[in-house]
Write a protein that binds this ligand. Structure first.
Ligand code: PMP
Length: 422
């Protein structure tokens, strides 16, 4: 009997070979070939592949109870809610865990802001990515993703992001006075309905090229929102759960948003879990207006509890900061040798490096080529999807050791040597 190639049946492109198992930062395919995963799965494996504590917590819960209606109390979700309040900024005292992922967490956050303010419009940044439901496709800052869908959520407004390396306003960081916050006023006055409920931002852009806002940006944005009674939402789907070396990036930047959404890394080794963390004022959305069957799943909550107990340890977070610094140092060395690397940036283990041509213009083809050929050098890599798409991301599992970080950099060096000097 002819075996049909799976690639003729699925709707999306997939690899030639199957992956079979993973351990820590390593993934193995059916031939036993090993790869070091620079992007932690889908940026979600904060504790790497099959972390023993996560696996044990899930196995234990599997024998007890996999699912119950989210209106019934249970141990794993109670534990998750308590832990999330403990680790989140002080003013965020309420948790909504009944969401099925990052997109629906963001949608819930927006509904909360609309409910509290009585206004509807949502402001987001160029190059942002907040998910792929219809609403989050409308909110995210990428025309290419919106174009094929003509009837989107109407009340969205995208404004220039703090991408200092290629500033929209042609300014320099030292002297701009954070024009990218000041000018939002003009967009509100001239390009919106004037009825903004919320600003939603990724503290460091995930898909948009690892853009780290300059000092003072969030303080100014916070003041901007306070003056206009606009709700400030931090989409920490990628930056949260230790990725920046703090539990949430809000802490790194020294601001308290009104809402934080979290997902991805919360599941530790890949459990499907997400939550909205909010302050008292915004917790007024009626409970049945944003509930999903697979939200607050017991197995996933058990995984999240095991994850939070590890990530919240001060020495674990210090390790993330130190390893991140080490990798950034090695990338800076590589940048001296390879002129195609035009910028290295990041916080903790949320790192990206930008590729450019000799004239400084973004080299998207090179970024894509390197991401494609990385597997031949034992690396799983991804390039940024949006904006210029010329940024390669280094976001390995947070449990990466210094030796493994060196292995990652050695392999990357081999890849660059082979492909750039070719
Ligand atoms: N926000 C950010 C910053 C993301 O990176 C993603 C997913 N890549 C989402 C939201 C959407 O999360 P999900 O895929 O779980 O809906």
């Amino acid at each position: 009997m002819d075996v049909i190639d799976i690639r003729d049946l699925v709707y999306y492109p997939v690899s030639d070979r199957k992956v079979m198992r993973g351990e820590g930062v390593h993934l193995y395919d059916e031939d036993g070939t090993e790869y070091l995963d620079c992007v932690a799965g889908t940026f979600n494996l904060s504790l790497g592949y099959s972390h023993p504590a996560v696996v044990a917590a899930m196995k234990h819960q599997l024998d007890l109870l996999v699912h119950a209606s989210s209106s019934l109390q249970n141990e794993p979700v109670n534990g998750l809610v308590r832990r999330l309040v403990e680790v989140s900024p002080e003013s965020l005292t309420k948790v909504h865990p009944k969401v099925s992922g990052g997109s629906t967490a963001n949608e819930g956050a927006i509904k909360m802001a609309q409910h509290a303010t009585g206004r509807s419009e949502v402001i987001s940044l160029f190059r942002s990515h907040h998910g792929q439901t219809m609403m989050m496709t409308s909110v995210s800052g990428n025309a290419a993703r919106r174009a094929p869908h003509p009837s989107l959520f109407p009340g969205t407004l995208q404004v220039p992001d703090p991408y200092c390396f290629r500033c929209f306003y042609g300014q320099r960081r030292e002297s701009c006075g954070l024009m990218c916050v000041d000018r939002i006023e003009d967009f509100l006055d001239h390009a919106s309905t004037g009825r903004a409920a919320a600003v939603i931002v990724e503290p460091i852009s995930g898909s948009g090229g690892n853009i780290v806002p300059p000092d003072g940006y969030f303080q100014k944005l916070r003041a901007f929102c306070d003056e206009r009674d606009i709700v400030l939402i931090f989409d920490e789907v990628q930056t949260g759960i230790g990725r920046t070396g703090r539990m949430f990036a809000a802490e790194h930047f020294g601001v308290e948003p009104d809402i934080i959404t979290t997902a991805k890394g919360l599941g530790g080794s890949g459990a499907q879990i997400a939550a909205i963390l909010t302050n008292e004022r915004l917790a007024g959305l009626p409970a049945d207006e944003h509930v999903f069957t697979y939200g607050a799943n017991l197995l996933a909550a058990a995984a999240a509890n095991a994850t939070l107990d590890i990530v919240r340890q001060p020495e674990f977070l210090a390790h993330v900061r130190a390893t991140g610094e080490h990798i950034r140092g090695r990338l800076a060395e590589l940048a001296k040798r390879h002129r195609a690397i035009v910028d290295v940036r990041g916080v903790g283990l949320m790192i990206g490096f930008e590729l450019g041509r000799p004239d400084g213009t973004p080299d998207v083809e090179l970024a894509r080529h390197l991401a494609r050929t990385a597997m031949r050098h034992g690396l799983i890599m991804r390039s940024s999807r949006y904006g210029h798409g010329n940024v390669l991301k280094i976001r390995p599992p947070l449990i990466i050791t210094t030796d493994e970080a060196d292995l990652l950099c050695d392999r990357l060096e081999g890849l660059l040597r082979a492909e750039l000097n070719a």
